[in-house]
Write a protein that binds this ligand. Structure first.
Ligand SMILES: *Cc1c(COP(=O)(O)O)cnc(C)c1O
Length: 360
């Protein structure tokens, strides 16, 4: 068996230990005689799996007791609609910070439900930086403030948490949740698709302050009301059971690794290796402002874009895959989530050095 180093932005690499455990338990989960995939979501086995996953996530992120943790479907994309449907609560408008491709999608969807005030935007410099708090024009009457702490495509990450006073802060943490400690109490709502840093596609995590639930827009479908899921322990209907199980294994793995503080240290070290290589060689460039560079998604360009295909080919020959940049940005992008081992990052930097030496 040969495993590649997979730099995909998502669905993304999972810890090998987790996959091996899932394989081990595939046909007979701990003496139950069943695969987790075959279990009733209302049976005692699966309820134990879901409860453990929630407890571990709560522990990893120190989630306060007045926050609900929901296991939903529909991806972060469904949250683009669920957030305004649930959080407007009779207020007229919402504030959004426009930092790139994902923020734009969230804004477009929110506009179906309310006027959107763009509190800050990085469009003037082609979304290569995180607008400073001092430049934000917040509306104190807004229902909430939405931002994207890590723009997966642009590779821009906020290294600080915005201050929004009494207006709830909402974050799309799809691509950097669990990569560093966060103070959950600063947020009204956090959402994240699992397939970047938590588990398989099909599961979406929502962490929300309980007092924000219970007043959805008239006409909100039952499935789109957070309270439906909070009241039913995320089992109002059949949840994505296998994805919850694998995410639960990832949470256990994170705990064994020392939790999110230990993860952050490793992520800083991994990102530094790649950015140092980019900065050390004229052959490579990064469009992103240094202080806002993402630890999770590292876009970089080759001086001569005509060499892109050759770079990708040599990467594949070394077992390094999915390095092609997003079509809207071009160049390369290395996604180096929690589960990407340091050895994978070293292999990438080795290729970058060899390739520049031969072609620079
Ligand atoms: C991947 C991603 C999304 C979209 O997630 P889906 O699960 O495909 O809906 C939204 N926001 C961010 C920041 C992402 O990285």
């Amino acid at each position: 068996m040969t495993r590649v180093f997979n730099f995909s932005a998502g669905p993304a690499v999972l810890p090998e230990e987790v996959l091996a455990q899932a394989r081990e338990e595939m046909l007979d989960w701990r003496g139950s005689g069943m695969s987790v995939m075959e279990m009733s979501h209302r049976g005692k086995e699966f309820i134990a799996i879901a409860q453990q996953a929630e407890a571990d996530l709560r522990e990893l992120l120190s989630i306060p007791t007045n926050y609900s943790v929901l296991f939903l479907q529909g991806g972060a994309t469904a949250q683009f609609a669920m957030v305004p449907m649930n959080l407007l609560r009779g207020r007229k408008s919402a504030d959004y910070v426009n930092t790139g491709e994902w923020a734009k999608k969230a804004i477009k969807e929110a506009k179906k439900f309310c006027p959107v005030n763009i509190a800050a935007s990085a469009e003037d410099r082609n979304f290569t930086y995180a607008p400073k708090q001092a430049a934000w024009k917040l509306d104190p009457g807004a229902a909430y403030v939405h931002y994207t702490p890590n723009e997966t495509i642009g590779g821009v990450e906020f290294q600080w948490v915005p201050e929004t006073g009494d207006v709830p802060l909402v974050a799309d943490m799809s691509s950097n949740i669990l990569s560093r400690p966060v103070d959950i109490s600063k947020y009204g709502l956090i959402y994240a698709g699992a397939q970047k840093n938590m588990g398989p596609a099909g599961l979406t995590i929502v962490i929300l302050r309980e007092d924000l639930m219970g007043a959805p827009l008239p006409g909100t479908p039952t499935m789109f009301d957070y309270k439906t899921h909070a009241d039913a322990d995320s089992m109002y209907n059949t949840p994505p059971t296998y994805a919850i199980y694998v995410a639960g294994l990832v949470f256990q793995w994170l705990k064994r690794k020392g939790g999110v503080a230990a993860m952050e240290k490793e992520n800083i070290a991994k990102a530094a290796l790649v950015y140092d290589a980019i900065d050390a060689m004229d052959f490579y460039g990064s469009p992103v402002a240094k202080e806002d560079r993402s630890r999770m998604n590292v876009p970089f360009t080759l001086q001569d874009a005509a060499l892109d295909d050759e770079f990708l080919k040599q990467a594949r020959q070394r077992g390094l895959i999915q390095l092609k940049g997003h079509r809207s940005v071009g160049g390369m992008r290395a996604s180096i989530y929690n589960a990407m081992p340091m050895d994978g990052v070293r292999a990438l930097v080795g290729l970058m050095k060899d390739f520049a030496a031969k072609n620079g």
